[in-house]
Design a protein around this ligand. Sequence first.
Ligand code: PMP
Length: 454
Amino acid sequence: MTTHNPQTLAWQALSGEHHLAPFSDYKQLKEKGPRIITKAHGVHLWDSEGNKILDGMAGLWCVAIGYGRDELADAASQQMRELPYYNLFFQTAHPPALELAKVVAEVAPEGMSHVFFTGSGSEGNDTVLRLVRHYWTLKGQPQKKVVISRLNGYHGSTVAGASLGGMSGMHEQGDLPIPGIVHIAQPYWFGEGGDMSPDEFGIWAADQLEQKILELGVDQVAAFIAEPIQGAGGVIIPPDSYWPRIKEILARYDILFVADEVICGFGRTGEWFGSDYYGLKPDLMTIAKGLTSGYIPMGGVIVRNEVVKVINEGGDFNHGFTYSGHPVAAAVALENIRILRDEKIIERVKSKTAPYLQKRLRELAEHPLVGEVRGLGMLGAIELVADKQTRQRHEGLGVGMICRQFCFDNGLIMRAVGDTMIIAPPLVISFAEIDELIEKARLCLDLTLEAING
Ligand code: PMP
């Protein structure tokens, strides 16, 4: 962004001189400099120019309870004074991690009462890969190693996370995926459904899993991993037929099912987990983000009791992180979950604010630039097209990025995934703030249309 504010310019200079940013176009960043976010409260951010911005993405899908909750700062400060660090390796533990494990088990689906803590969602999925292979080895089937995942799924940015994910741009930069990970089609009807109805396409996409299991041989397949709703891929809500068909297929074959709940977990769908929303029965669930509302890094893997039983017989599990179950992160997570529960935030999402957001979001479907609006809970996607009927895009114009820039300049953060605009606001967003979000989004769609026609 261009500015004459000396403080902003000084920070932007530091960015160019010293910082290597995650997921950024380095050339562009060097030319324009980053927007500097300096403070936040509730669902709003402020930048170094004094602009107030509605955060339609809850940071990176994580700030569930909103910004500025002193209780979390107090929990961190108290824990730092009491026990700022100790590890959970080699037969030691500390109260915050153990108490958090119990609370996570209370909100997790029935029969999933153990959790392995990590520092992030990516580390969670690295742990998944290690755990599922360890499990099958202990079960006397060490050849069951392959994990089936989906194209355009997102499972993190470590080597295992990016391999499990199906993002071609990430695979290209690092010779990924690593061996033993294969990808099948995603259930993205709007983008890939062709002439099929959404339900026909959902069945087709689910059947790709069965075909892949049969092609590889079930004796080679360790697990299937999927987000209940793909987030980073573009808020892809599978057709209604998809998950029931996947459940039928999983019931036929002896493989583990991993639900990556990093985005869907902790209330985003109006249930505690996306698996609750769809009635899935995962063997493992990856968590992060909403676990601490992003106030401090933490992730983990929640594991079904039958799997734990096998692992418990297995002696050493040679895996862990210095910051697994970090006491300060655990104390913050405990306070975050207490707030989610005591303030009935997820119940309010389900019965009040999500229905309102979804109703208002769908009003944007009338806009000439919009081919589809979809959403569920506190998630939404707006597909930008040239032709509503054929779902044809404005090829090569970068309409998504144009719209994203208008949003930023008009006080709204919406993310662009290609030409799909996505939102995932904090769960605590109010009715009036939903109105603000929709009106700003409409204005930015108008400005985008004007810009590409003009
Ligand atoms: N899984 C999913 C579904 C995610 O959306 C993300 C992050 N966007 C991750 C894993 C990786 O989490 P992290 O960035 O904390 O490593």
